[in-house]
Design a protein around this ligand. Structure first.
Ligand SMILES: Nc1ncnc2c1ncn2[C@@H]1O[C@H](COP(=O)(O)OP(=O)(O)OP(=O)(O)O)[C@@H](O)[C@H]1O
Ligand SMILES: [Mg+2]
Length: 495
C-alpha cells in the first residue's frame, strides 16, 4: 500500500509553554501540490522543519517511501530528495547563476572547476523549466523572482522529489507570482511533490490539489481544494466565523498634516503630495518603483538630496529616523528581519522600546503601565506567545511582524507609514490590522500605506498615488479606483 511518498505519524513538538505540533498525522501523495494553511503560529514552519530535519520532534515517526524514521537530519532528508526553499535566499550575490546552482558540488576535473560544463547543465535545467535565465548572469543582477527561480533550479539539479516552499511569493509582485505558479505546475507534471505554504488565498486556489488546515499546533482537516469553499477554509483556520471584507470607517478627513514637496533622493525623484489627518494614502507601484525609497526618505532612513517636508505647515529637517520620530513620523518597514524586530530581545523590550521614556518616571519604567500596553497590543493583534519575556526570534514569522506593528502602534506618532503591513500575516489578523488602521485614522492620525496587494490597497485607501521608476504617475481618487487603472499607471501605459 504505497499511497504516500511521505507520511508523518503522530508528530509532537513542544517548546517551553507552547506545543507547536500536537500529534499531527499527515500524508503527501506523489506529484501533488499540498498546501499547509493556518493562522500565524499554527505550526506550519515547525512541520516543515520536522520534514527537513532542521528540528527533531519529541514524538512520532516519519515514513518516506515506505521506510520509517524517528526523525530526519538535514543530510538524510537531502539524500531522500527533500529540498526546502526558505524565505531568506541562500544565494551568493557575487557569483553567477551557474556557480550558485552547483555550489558544494564538484563539476569537472580534480583541480579546476569546469565552468563550461556547469553553465551547460544549468542551461539544460532552465530549458526544462522553460525559464529564460542566462547561467552566466551574476545573481545580484537578478530580480527577486528570478532569484527564487534559481533557488528552485538548485533543487532540481539535486533531483528533488519533495519540494517544500515556505511563503515563496511573499516578496514577489503579481507578475512574478504568475511565473512562479507556472513553474510549480510544471514541476508537478514532472512528478515532484510540492508542499506549499502561503497566506494568499487566491494562490492556494490556483495551485494546490489538496490542503491541510492547522490550528494551535493541531491538524484540523485535509481536503481536496475543490471540496472546500474559501469561506469555510477561512473559518476552519481561525476557528470562528469571519468574512474577508474591508471594514467601513467613519469619514474623518481633517486638515493637512504632512506636505511633501519635490522630494528627491536614491530611487525616487520629485515626489510631492499632501496628507490629511484621518486619511489613508496608498502608494502603488511595481517592485522597484520607489515606494519604499520614498518612505525611507520621509523617515530619515535614507538621505534626502533635495525637496522639503512640512509638518502642520512648518518646514522640518529630517536627517535621521530620530528626527522623524521627534516630529511624529514613524515607519513600519517592509524588511522586518533587518529593520523591524530585534530577534535577540524579548517581545516586551521590542514593543516598548520606542516608548520607554514616555512610560518611565525618574528613569524607572512604570511596569504596570507597560503591562497594560502589552496586554492591549497582544489582544488587538492576537500575538500568539506564552509570555512577553519570550525572545522575539522564537515567534512564528507572522507573529514577529505583529510585534513590529505593536511597537509603533504604542507610540504617539501622528503620521504612520506602513510598508507592506500585512505581508505574511494570516487572514484573521489581517482584519485586525485593518480595524486598527481605521481606529488610528478615526483618532486623527494619518497613514501612508505601501502594499503590493492591489485588493488591500483599493479596500483601505482614500487616495492612491502611483509610482513608476521613481516618478509619480498620477493620483487616483477613491471614486475612480480600479485594478486596471492602477496597473496601467504602474506600468506607465498611457491612454
Ligand atoms: N525555537 C522556538 N522556541 C520557542 N517557540 C517556538 C520556536 N519555534 C517556534 N515556536 C512556536 O511554535 C509555534 C508554531 O510556530 P510556527 O513557526 O510553526 O508557526 P507558523 O504556522 O509557521 O506561523 P506563520 O504563519 O506566522 O509563519 C508558535 O507559537 C511559535 O512561537
Ligand atoms: Mg511560518
Amino acid at each position: 500500500m504505497e499511497q504516500y511518498i511521505l507520511e508523518l505519524k503522530k508528530i509532537t513538538k513542544k517548546y517551553p509553554g507552547v506545543t507547536a505540533l500536537d500529534q499531527v498525522s499527515l500524508g503527501l501523495k506523489k506529484g501533488e501540490v499540498h498546501a499547509l494553511m493556518g493562522e500565524n503560529g499554527a505550526g506550519k514552519s515547525t512541520m516543515i522543519k520536522v520534514i527537513s530535519g532542521a528540528i527533531t520532534p519529541d514524538e512520532g515517526e516519519i515514513v518516506v517511501e515506505g521506510e520509517a524514521y524517528a526523525h530526519m537530519t538535514p543530510a538524510l532528508s537531502k539524500k531522500l530528495g527533500i529540498e526546502v526553499i526558505y524565505q531568506e535566499f541562500n544565494l551568493l550575490p557575487n557569483l553567477s547563476v551557474a556557480e550558485n546552482m552547483f555550489m558544494g558540488e564538484r563539476v569537472g576535473g580534480k583541480i579546476l572547476a569546469d565552468f563550461g560544463q556547469m553553465e551547460r547543465r544549468a542551461a539544460e535545467v532552465f530549458e526544462r523549466m522553460k525559464i529564460d535565465i542566462n547561467p552566466k548572469t551574476l545573481v545580484r543582477d537578478l530580480s527577486v523572482a528570478y532569484m527564487q527561480m534559481v533557488e528552485i533550479a538548485k533543487s532540481i539539479v539535486k533531483n528533488v522529489k519533495i519540494l517544500i516552499m515556505d511563503e515563496p511569493t511573499a516578496p514577489l509582485t503579481s507578475d512574478e507570482v504568475d511565473i512562479l505558479l507556472e513553474l510549480v505546475e510544471k514541476l508537478k507534471q514532472d512528478g515532484v511533490t510540492i508542499v506549499y505554504v502561503s497566506h494568499r488565498m487566491d494562490e492556494i486556489y490556483r495551485v494546490a490539489d489538496r490542503l491541510s488546515v492547522f490550528r494551535d499546533g493541531k491538524w484540523i482537516s485535509t481536503n481536496l481544494v475543490e471540496e472546500i469553499s474559501r469561506h469555510d477554509l477561512v473559518c476552519e483556520m481561525v476557528g470562528r466565523e469571519i468574512t474577508e471584507t474591508y471594514p467601513e470607517r467613519r469619514k474623518c478627513k481633517g486638515e493637512t498634516i504632512l506636505e511633501v514637496r519635490n522630494l528627491t533622493g536614491k530611487g525616487a525623484k520629485n515626489i510631492s503630495f499632501d496628507l490629511k489627518k484621518g486619511e489613508i494614502l496608498g502608494l502603488a507601484g511595481l517592485v522597484g518603483a520607489g515606494r519604499t525609497e520614498t518612505a525611507r526618505m520621509i523617515f530619515g532612513a535614507d538621505p534626502i538630496e533635495s525637496g522639503s517636508i512640512f509638518m502642520k505647515g512648518k518646514e522640518i529637517t529630517i536627517k535621521s529616523p530620530r528626527d522623524a520620530v521627534k516630529n511624529g513620523i514613524c515607519l513600519v518597514p517592509e524588511d522586518r528581519k533587518q529593520h523591524g524586530v530585534i530577534l535577540s530581545l524579548s517581545i516586551r523590550d521590542n514593543i516598548t522600546l520606542p516608548i520607554v521614556k514616555a512610560i518611565s518616571k525618574l528613569g524607572i519604567v512604570d511596569r504596570k503601565r507597560e503591562d497594560g500596553i502589552l496586554e492591549q497590543q497582544k489582544d488587538d493583534l492576537r500575538i500568539k506567545t506564552p509570555s512577553f519575556s519570550q525572545k522575539a526570534g522564537n515567534l512564528s514569522g507572522g507573529n514577529q511582524q505583529k510585534v513590529v506593528l505593536s511597537k509603533w502602534l504604542a507610540s504617539d506618532a501622528q503620521v504612520l507609514i506602513f510598508d507592506e503591513p500585512t505581508r505574511g500575516i494570516d487572514v484573521g489578523a489581517k482584519q485586525e490590522i485593518y480595524f486598527l488602521m481605521n481606529r488610528l485614522v478615526e483618532a486623527g492620525k494619518a497613514i501612508i500605506m505601501i502594499s503590493s496587494e492591489m485588493e488591500e490597497l483599493i479596500g483601505m485607501s482614500d487616495r492612491i498615488i502611483v509610482l513608476y521608476e521613481g516618478e509619480q504617475k498620477g493620483e487616483i481618487e477613491k471614486e475612480q479606483f480600479s485594478q486596471e487603472l492602477i496597473m496601467e499607471r504602474a506600468s506607465n501605459i498611457v491612454r
